[in-house]
Ligand binder design. Structure first.
Ligand code: PEP
Length: 229
């Protein structure tokens, strides 16, 4: 299973350091094929070593240059970062990242051989239109994306389930992951209000290869509870 923690705009540099030290103490010596990812804010990046992979939540698709306020590849390389989240719905919606921009980032980081956690998800009004509308919407988020890329992980995150406390139902997750599996033969994570009380059920659903977690990953105890559920 894959367990990925997305801190978003939470945790300071020192708070992240404490978190990662505590996480490492908890997970070291575990004999499992599980993979654990942590995506802290940029300001918390440093040279960490542990039984987890540190990634970034975003990056401008450029090595360096005149892009005020952005972070480029050169700044990630300093910390040995080789993993990135692309296409998160908060960036698509709040930061107005179009499919074209998302695809441009994907192509850039694919070229740089990054491991990419690529997020897709539908808004509530599409979910309410039924399964075929959902599938059509989700597959459009693969436009311009090389779904055969070897270092790709998909994260299916219904937007209405993110940070709302309302996870998708087992049936919704199962049917959506089944359809996605027919289109992409890559690991598929579920994300959207995963917490210690629903994790066991979610990871037992067919075609769910792990979870991408926001709120319930912010406390190391809660994230560890997910990993060991
Ligand atoms: C997310 O934003 O990736 C996410 C899944 O958030 P939450 O777990 O808080 O719903």
């Amino acid at each position: 299973m894959i367990y990925a923690a997305n801190f978003k705009t939470n945790h300071t540099r020192s708070g992240t350091k404490r978190y990662l030290e505590e996480l490492q103490q908890k997970i070291s010596g575990r004999n499992t094929a599980d993979r654990i990812f942590v995506f802290p804010p940029f300001t918390a990046l440093d040279h960490y070593e542990g039984d987890y992979t540190l990634g970034v939540q975003n990056c401008y698709p450029v090595r360096k240059g005149a892009f005020t306020g952005e972070i480029g590849l050169e700044q990630l390389e300093e910390f040995g970062i080789g993993t990135i989240l692309i296409g998160h719905s908060e960036r698509r919606q709040l930061l107005h990242e179009t499919q074209e921009i998302v695809a441009e980032k994907f192509a850039f980081f694919q070229q740089e051989n990054f491991e990419i956690v690529y997020c897709i998800g539908e808004p509530l009004e599409i979910r309410e239109q039924g399964d075929s509308a959902v599938v059509e919407y989700l597959l459009a988020q693969f436009d311009g994306i090389d779904t055969a890329y070897g270092k790709l992980i998909i994260a299916y995150e219904p937007i209405w389930a993110i940070g709302t406390g309302r996870s998708a139902t087992v049936g919704e997750i199962a049917s959506t992951h089944k359809v996605l599996r027919q289109s992409v033969s890559k690991p598929i994570l579920y994300g959207g209000s995963v917490n210690p009380s629903n994790i066991a059920q979610i990871v037992s659903i067919d075609n769910v290869d792990g979870v991408l977690v926001g709120s319930a990953s912010l406390s190391v105890d809660s994230f560890y509870a997910l990993i060991t559920a």
